[in-house]
Design a binder for this molecule. Sequence first.
Ligand code: PLP
Length: 381
Amino acid sequence: MSLTALQEIESDHVVPSYARYPVEVVRGEGTRMWDSEGVEYLDFLSGISVLNVGHCHPAVVAAVRDQVGRLTHTTNLFYTEPSMRLAQRLADSSLGGKVLFVNSGTEANEAALKLVRKAKPRGEVVVFHGAFHGRTYGSLSATPQESKQAPFAPLVPGFVAIEPTVAALDAAVHEGTAAVLMEPIQGESGVHPLSDELLLAARAACDRVGAALVFDEIQTGMGRTGTLWAYEQTPVVPDALTTAKGLGGGLPIGALVTGPRLADVFQPGDHGSTFAGGPLVAAAANAAFDVLEDPELLAHVVEQGERLRGRLEQLGVANVRGRGLMVGFDVADAPGLARRLLTEQRLVVNATGPTEVRLLPALVVTADEVDEAVARIAAVL
Ligand code: PLP
């Protein structure tokens, strides 16, 4: 089928909720992907931080092949080894509590929101301007962006949106606060790390009123910033975190991970999902986990992140920022730059706003590929 035929089907039959590039992707391997014409692209977006292990990592492919012929699904009415093993690894590698599987990032945040409300009934949830937590109603209500929220009012009540400052936080958190929900580095709004000072203030405010500090690590987690979890590079430990994106090695899975205090808040019947944590996605996630928890790989992320930011600074682009391989910078026309990089340089990047460009290469990216990407950016600037 030609690209034109695909576009006709889209125009007739697909709800127009995405603006797609006119490219049909047919294959991916590591940091590269190919379109139906055989054109090769250097992928510095990784399916928006999903392909942290790269496209079609051999270990993930092998794990999926092995699992798919034996058992793909059974529901959470039964035990499966891949699911239990993944839960143990997630909890042991982070907050030491318990894990609830879901199928996506927004669902992980929905679970977190229900959890903190059950822990502190009718409590408010404090969120930050610039945050993105997802598009289902709870997560959307926690995402204070006018353009995303306004068409869907009324939203879920009980959310308080504030500027990311210590003063605003201290004023907003009170005895009736159930949680502060935050991304340690705001991703969708252009890679903006929140300051240690703000994180410490959030931790202190939550402790003061018995609220839960919840980190949305859906984008920052699974090695993206050079540690398995971004909170490890901050002075605070949250009470719960959410993960998805890179967790499944390319397959859809998300999880809520609690610390000990919140581990037994949910009881049978409180929350669930037919598909969540099924053996196929869990097998893929375990294979991805093997790759991403490797200290050598994490050191490589730090090194390549520094290289990428250094090269971009040498280029003279404005406000180079980020941690590990979650990198942002500013240009006059970010969507224009992303389009030209794709069509003229075969480099996939992403504009998160009119002036903000985001780079999220696979964590296995080589130094040569980092240099190649920056050379392609230089060519269109
Ligand atoms: N939270 C953060 C920080 C995200 O970056 C995203 C997606 O970009 C989400 C939540 C929503 O995840 P999903 O698209 O899997 O629902």
